[in-house]
Design a protein around this ligand. Structure first.
Ligand code: ADP
Length: 450
């Protein structure tokens, strides 16, 4: 469907501007625009009409484009040259309609205003009804239009008042919400402050406890160092004396005396062993344990371990398997590494009644992992941490049959740390344990922080 001319008017006198304004509103109403849009179209027409009238007699044509989109098009044509500068009336009108174009051809300036109609298209029926309504309109005089304008103004003022009321209500609601937010914020700040105070107090207590723990640990190391020095000398002299007494070239002894002195000698050696272990631990704890990092031939080292452990692997029901390591050399301290592995393997042999004890070495990234596994009595979950505490020993029928000090594992863990690594355990009661020593393949040159 093509565009449909609805109405043509002329502006030859100033009062015609009123008539065009009024007609514009009526045409907009006939085409179904809502009240505010009607006023917009009327006002835009009056603004543009005033400007074109100043330029000359103007022909105003209303056209409906059924769409889509359905539009009202109003052309104001005046026989004049296009204005040099943009006219204020055009600018004002352009804010009220969807588009305002000024074209200039063969001495005629045409101002075209376009405004969308409600709905995507205008049906033929609606268009016919609108045309009939527009045709039946009676031209009104300027006074009528002034009255109509006043009514529109009053209606606009009413709308404004309503908007103001809405705004005031919204402001009140906003103030209410703000009060709520402030109250919530205050409450949260209070809670936060309280929590902060709690955390600060907790930290103070924690600092206090760490300080006390540090002091206790230092005191213990000091005690161990001193006691050890005080103990080793007398034990050494007792052992020396016992050695003299037991010397086959010495004074003769009765069999009873020899047996008792032999027992005392064995007990003395046990005691010396314990004191030596304590001294080692004290040294390791105070960070004074020497270490010498150098290339270590792993095959040779585990071969040596096999040799020293074979004599104590006396239970025929337990097989000691020392696997050939798949790595040739590592950079570490051979003595300390040997000590840890010997300790783990000795423990495994002590606490395994049947099955096997196995040492397996494997590379893992930049680390070398040494796994000592056994099919022994295993450990309960709550023992897994405690066995690394000094003097801690699990009580049980199997443990009662073997000797020990409870110092081996804490010392081994210290040594592992000293070598820049870790010593951990996983175990299942009645199934067996796996102690895992993880060391860097190349121990760091810098001292690890212990
Ligand atoms: P010790 O062996 O001299 O008692 P350790 O510190 O080496 O001291 O070990 C502490 C305790 O951990 C042992 O007394 C034992 O109860 C437990 N334990 C250590 N190794 C094993 C193991 N392979 N299987 C079961 N229990 C173990």
């Amino acid at each position: 469907m093509t565009t449909q001319p609805l109405l043509t008017l002329r502006i030859v006198e100033e009062t015609d501007v009123f008539a065009v304004r009024q007609r514009g509103r009526e045409v907009a109403a006939a085409l179904g625009m809502e009240r505010q849009d009607q006023v917009r179209v009327a006002t835009a027409l009056s603004e543009v009409g005033r400007e074109t009238y100043a330029m000359g007699a103007t022909v105003v044509t209303f056209v409906a484009a059924p769409g889509p989109p359905a539009q009202l098009i109003v052309d104001l044509a005046v026989a004049a040259a296009a204005p040099d500068a943009p006219l204020p009336g055009f600018a004002a009108a352009s804010r009220l309609v969807d588009a305002l174009q000024v074209s200039d051809a063969s001495g005629t300036v045409v101002i075209r205003m376009t405004k969308r109609l409600p709905g995507p298209r205008l049906s033929a029926d609606a268009l016919r009804t609108a045309s009939d309504r527009i045709r039946s309109l009676r031209p009104a005089n300027a006074l009528d239009e002034l009255r109509a304008q006043n009514e529109q103004l009053l209606a606009a003022l009413d709308d404004l008042q309503r908007s103001n009321d809405d705004l005031a209500r919204l402001n009140e609601e906003l103030a209410e919400t703000n009060r709520g937010v402030v109250a919530l914020y205050n409450q949260l700040s209070d809670e936060l402050e309280q929590t902060n105070r709690g955390v600060v107090a907790l930290y103070a207590e924690l600092d206090d406890r760490s300080a006390r723990l540090r002091e206790a640990s230092e005191a213990k190391s000091r005690f161990l160092r001193n006691v050890n020095h005080e103990l080793r000398a007398p034990i050494a002299s007792i052992l020396g004396l016992l050695g003299l007494l037991l010397d086959p070239d010495g004074d003769p002894l009765t069999p009873d005396q020899r047996q008792q002195l032999t027992l005392a000698n064995a007990a003395g050696h046990d005691l010396l062993g314990l004191v030596n272990q304590l001294l080692d631990l004290a040294k390791a704890e105070s960070g004074r344990m020497e270490r010498q990092i150098e290339p270590v031939e792993l095959a040779a080292m585990v071969g040596q371990l096999r040799g020293t452990l074979q004599p104590i692997a006396t239970n025929p029901a337990v097989e000691l398997v020392i696997e050939e390591p798949p790595i040739r050399t590592v950079m570490t301290d051979e003595r300390l590494l040997g000590h840890v592995l010997r300790n783990l393997l000795t423990n495994a042999l002590k606490f395994t009644e049947r099955g096997e004890v196995r040492l397996r070495v494997r590379p893992d990234g930049d680390d070398v992992v040494y796994e000592v596994s056994d099919t022994g009595i295993g450990l309960a979950d709550d023992e897994l941490d405690r066995i690394f505490e000094e003097f801690y020993q699990v009580r049980g029928p199997v443990q009662a049959k073997v000797t020990g000090t409870g110092l081996g594992l804490p010392f081994a863990r210290r040594l592992a740390q000293r070598l820049g690594g870790t010593l951990t355990v996983r175990s299942e009661l009645g199934v067996g344990s796996v102690f895992t020593l993880r060391l860097p393949a190349e121990a760091p040159v810098a001292e690890p922080v212990s």
